[in-house]
Design a protein around this ligand. Structure first.
Ligand code: GRG
Length: 302
């Protein structure tokens, strides 16, 4: 993919997931530390089997602009830590009250609510500890790193994922306008998909116009990802998804298919992906993984 030897997307994703998993294992303290429960709880959810889409996008974006994937690995893994924190907290009884995630019992079901809250807190905090550790990001100019850390904090906070989650919680059971649905999708999901793409490019010293094109690409695949997620919640099953299906309907969640219907949602996701591909059309073959991932996002089964 983008090199002399073409790889299938499946092989590429597997290989990248292995690199991310090994790095996360190195970065996260082990159970030999005190108090062991928090390390067990954090590791339980991090290594429960996520797709690692966000860190893979971060590395792929770095490579698309001529950078080196391994250079951005600490930031890529920090984003996966923030993502895993959000899943642990989202599954809590006070939020979605889910029993399964990534094919396993949810964190609070295994460790209890108190430890699950703390595991999420620890992952969020550790992400910033990792990214700001000078020895981890050797060779990256400090100003680029500060810009990226600032953007990641914004994407996860009030004006990003947290804001989207609040709007989502407050919309449950209500009839909402399409503007509210758009706000939720953009803030809860798209922000944390666009930011790893921007981060990979910015850390690699990409030209302004390339960062802009990748931001456009990220915005579109981020939205398409959430629409695909809404469709999977209707059409798939726990065995395939690794989490309970049909939750959105049960909790009267505002979703794309609920507002526009299944077929128009599928069409919208497809068109977003076509738009994303057009955004990065002028990039060379080093952007091929980003192209394949865009298509994968709407064709994935989990
Ligand atoms: C608790 C602040 C806070 C936010 C929670 C992530 C999230 C926001 C809620 C989870 C529910 C949901 C539908 C979120 C939208 C984003 C999404 C589809 C997350 C799942 O991402 P995947 O499919 O998961 O990349 P894996 O397990 O593969 O990492």
């Amino acid at each position: 993919m983008g090199s002399d030897t073409p790889l299938s997307l499946e092989t590429y994703l597997q290989e990248r997931k292995r690199i991310v998993d090994e790095a996360l294992d190195r970065y996260l303290p082990g159970r030999e530390n005190f108090p062991p429960t928090i390390f067990e709880s954090v590791r339980y959810s991090v290594f429960a089997g996520g797709k690692r889409l966000r860190p893979i996008l971060c590395m792929a974006s770095a490579e698309a602009v001529g950078g080196v994937g391994s250079t951005v690995l600490p930031v890529a893994c920090a984003i996966e830590m923030i993502h895993t924190y959000s899943l642990i907290h989202d599954d809590l009884p006070a939020m979605d009250d889910d029993d399964y995630r990534r094919g396993k019992l949810t964190n609070h079901k295994v460790f209890g609510e108190g430890i699950a809250i703390l595991a999420g807190d620890a992952l969020l905090t550790e992400a910033f500890h990792l990214m700001s550790a000078g020895d981890r990001m050797k060779g990256v100019p400090a100003d680029r790193l500060v810009t990226v850390i600032n953007e990641i904090a914004a994407a996860a906070g009030f004006f990003g994922m947290v804001g989207g989650q609040v709007a989502d919680l407050e919309s449950e059971g209500k009839v909402v306008e399409k503007e509210t649905l758009h706000y939720i999708h953009v803030h809860k999901t798209e922000a944390m998909i666009t930011v790893p793409i921007r981060a990979g490019a910015i850390l690699s010293g990409a030209r302004e116009e390339d960062v802009t094109a990748l931001t456009e690409y990220g915005g579109k695949i981020g939205l398409a990802f959430q629409i695909a997620d809404d469709i999977l919640d209707i059409e798939s099953s726990r065995d395939v998804l690794g989490k309970d299906a049909g939750n959105d309907e049960e909790r009267k969640k505002v979703t794309y298919p609920a507002l526009f219907g299944l077929e128009p949602s599928r069409k919208e996701a497809f068109e977003l992906v076509q738009g994303a591909l057009a955004d990065i059309k002028y990039f060379d073959r080093k952007a091929d993984p980003l192209r394949s991932i865009a298509t994968f996002i709407v064709e994935r089964k989990s």
